[in-house]
Design a protein around this ligand. Sequence first.
Ligand SMILES: [Zn+2]
Length: 436
Amino acid sequence: MALSLPTYAKDILIQNGYVMTMDPALGDVEAGDVHVRDGKIVAIGRDLKAEGAERIDAQGAIVLPGFVDTHSHLYVTTLRGQFRNAEGQFFPVSSALAAKMTPDDVHTAMYTGALELLDGGITSTADFFDNVLTPAHGEAGLRALKDSGIRATMYYGGPDKTTKQRINLDQLRALATQQNDATATSRVRIGLAWRLPRDRNSTANWAMRQQEFDTAKALGLPVQVHVSGEPEPMFDALIKRNYLSPQMTVVHATDARPDQLAALEAAGAGLALTPISEHRVGYGLTQLKHFAGVSRQGLGIDGNSLAGSADMFASMRLAALTWSGADRDEKAPSPRELLALATRRAAEAIGMGDQVGSLSGGKRADLQIVTLQSLNLSGFGGGDPAALLVYSARPSNVDTVIVDGRVLKRDGKLVEVDTADVLRGAEASARALLTR
Ligand SMILES: [Zn+2]
């Protein structure tokens, strides 16, 4: 597999697009330009001059920030189609197959999965890598994210759902020291994929989890934690033991009580909402209205093969439809707000709001260009395209993707990626896994 990243363009000028900055201070710029230099957005406006810059014509297209996925498990990519509801539930199937993965399988799955995200306009992911079976698996996951070109926080975790085995804190420390530089410009950073003890009465189990938490805290790492399974006592434990902080993102809180959400808000913690997977595994309805009081929240995919595919458009759509359907109210969900939950607010939820999530001068240049030249987007006569993106668009409409100033997708195709080769590799890994 050829894994060279496209060359880094020093200067890019995107011209004449309908620019949705998602920055409340800047709003939309019709027939707007975006100037990118050295991986950063340096200017947004009309008729910008940029001598010698590589030009991308966005006439008739929408330019918006890349989507930010607040929670994923990319290693499940090669388990696609194996979750068949009554014939194969997600947790037993994914646990059994994940335990058989070699480091190469992990690299294949996470690399392929990251490319799928990029292909659909998702430029950042928060990957909850809870399948670090050995240090070689940890290295393979990190390499896959780096090789793909995506921006990521790799939340380092132990084998899936293990409650007896401690996370490899030596490797966590080593990777964090290597990746999380003080200037925070590293494209792939390390966090902790943390789990609460399954047996909450076990003092030994709590002591082990506490040690993991303390290590992450000492290193200043972001932490993600699931509250699914037994949401009420898990969320209560986070509150009672003072684990909630601005470094923490809580995942799958569909059933959270209002007082629990108030505690999360008071602590400044974030919330990851993954409507498709939460509905699929039966966690209940992801009702955005329920979380209205939480400042830091955003949408996520939660494993492309569990969600079916990495489709942020579909995630926004499901969240909107769940709201209007449950409330019998067409007016309630704002398409703009849904876009914010997939961009600016998602970045804020996982602590990356100062770097990405909006097209603002000084932020890293992570963006996508959506072309309207497709039958599923035909007949748009103008005006605010937010509803068009939420209700009609899909990943194949994403024409161009730029991460950190690097053009990773152009003219509807991933740049310098041999897709046929990637697909062959993923299928071979998936087939081998099933025979093991
Ligand atoms: Zn998860």
